[in-house]
Design a protein around this ligand. Sequence first.
Ligand code: F0G
Length: 353
Amino acid sequence: QNGFFGVIERYRDRMPMEGIDTIVTLGEGSTPLVPAPVLGQVLDAEVYVKVEGANPTGSFKDRGMTMAMSKALADGSKAVVCASTGNTSASASAYASRAHMMPVVLLPQGKIAAGKLAQAVVHGGRIIQVQGNFDDCLTIARDLAANFPVSLVNSVNPYRIEGQKTASFEIVDCLGDAPDIHALPVGNAGNITAYWKGYQEYAADGPATHTPRMFGFQAAGAAPLVLGHDVENPETVATAIRIGKPASGSKALAARDDSNGLISSVTDEQILDAQAFLAAKEGIFVEPASAAGVAGLLALKQSGDLPAGQRIVITVTGNGLKDIDTALSRTELSTEAVEPSTDRVAALLGLHR
Ligand code: F0G
């Protein structure tokens, strides 16, 4: 498969293609579903990790962006706008360059991981740092799109959801059926909505015999769906999911209830521990927010609330390289300096000739 074979081509018959002639793609999707045996042993389960950091811009957003951008191009848009905690802006900027459109990105000032900001910068996005949080940015982005000739490419755009649902298709195509449980982080709640839509479609007409229980996890300082009310000042180390008023919140709650699932919260410490565990034990480096699903399952296991023997898929949503500042700030991680001498290096390692 070449790099221009993305999720639209792979699942074209399940996409709303009316009016779309030109596909804007960077070869997104078909990401690895990696067995996680160490985590499986801890959780007493058969565990797979869907590594969405392997997408072209390093997060799951690319699946939805190929659809949203193809639709915007078909509509004759010259500019697209999004609010973002970082990954959407990186993806929108890349796909907009590809489509020769101007990306306008609204970011919560000072709360974006450096790698993501760099992506928007190099792709030529018009970057506006708003002195507020993501929820403020989204309000402005929606207002701009409603009143000016720019297309909104946040996940409230239904084409984003259509593209992102392909992750469920890939999982079922790979495993031969849906898992028992699907766990993932929840921020603005578009992705859990998309996964649930994909699983339902596949269960309705063939490839899957059932749908999984959807387990969503928010950061404790930004957990409106767990608390049952908006959070005015969300705060978490997992900046990607630092969101207090999820736009698709009601759809996430429906996915939870219709799937007999749950939406729970995890602390920043649990998130960072899970990130470190995945990196050290399974060889998978994800950004903090992306570890929320792993953190949540570990917490459920610890409290005795995770049934044994389940087949579980966990989506890790973004690449660890996006936020190296957080990773390097962990005190237990360190490097050692030494003179350029084999003997010195060997001595450091406790090796003797
Ligand atoms: N994980 C990562 C790495 C994310 O970037 C996001 C959302 C989520 C999880 C949550 O997904 O919002 O669909 O529930 N990032 C958005 C952004 C908000 O602007 O990049 P969700």
